[in-house]
Structure formats: structure tokens, C-alpha cells
Write a protein of this length. Structure first.
Length: 118
């Protein structure tokens, strides 16, 4: 199982970006998909998560600005980020919990850098 994130870049404050994370492989079903972020000098933190039933959860700093969604046919999770602020600058990581015959396993993507600056 591999996770490939894309969509990061440089954006001005108030702008928008959409991150994507595609999960490749076979023999599994995707359960929870998440986005985490890690700013310089800070710990990695959960940004948003979405279950296989479509229930979502957001960190307080991004509520009302970010939207997580998933496209199960493509095993892809998205993070639409609007009204971006300088404090959103971080490396964003996708994370997934998949179910296989032998149990549940968690995987991380490599991360994509989001820089919010004028």
C-alpha cells in the first residue's frame, strides 16, 4: 500500500489549495483517511479525518475553512483549503487506516509542502 500526496505549493493569504492523496495497492479496504500537518518546530497535528461512512472531523483552527472528502472508487482523499492563513504553512501528510485479511494497518504518505505567504 502506498500513499501519494500532491497539490501543495505557494499561495497568498486568503487563497485556496486542494490537496489530493491517492492510495495504491490491492487486497485492502480503506477505513479512515486523514490529513495531518507539521509546521517548522512543531509537532505533527491532525487536521481533518473522514471515515468510510463519510463522517468528518476537523481541528478547531481549520473548521469552516477546510473540507475533507473522499472518492472511494479511486481510493483518493482530498483536502480543500480555503481562506488560507500564514499559520497554515506546514508539510501536510495523508494517512490512512486500511483493513486487510489479517487486520488493520496504518500508512503515511510522504507529505506535501503548503506555504502561505505574500
Amino acid at each position: 500500500v502506498q500513499l501519494q500526496a500532491s497539490g501543495g505549493g505557494l499561495v497568498q493569504p486568503g487563497g485556496s489549495l486542494r490537496l489530493s492523496c491517492a492510495i495504491s495497492g490491492s487486497g485492502f479496504r480503506v477505513n479512515v483517511m486523514d490529513w495531518y500537518r507539521q509546521a517548522p518546530g512543531k509537532q505533527r497535528e491532525l487536521v481533518a479525518s473522514i471515515t468510510d461512512g463519510g463522517s468528518t472531523n476537523y481541528a478547531d483552527p481549520v473548521k469552516g475553512r477546510f473540507t475533507i472528502s473522499r472518492e472511494d472508487a479511486k481510493n483518493t482523499v482530498y483536502l480543500q483549503m480555503n481562506s488560507l492563513k500564514a499559520e497554515d504553512t506546514a508539510v501536510y501528510y495523508c494517512h490512512a487506516v486500511v483493513v486487510r485479511t489479517m487486520g488493520q494497518y496504518a500508512y503515511w504518505g510522504r507529505g506535501t509542502l503548503v506555504t502561505v505567504s505574500s
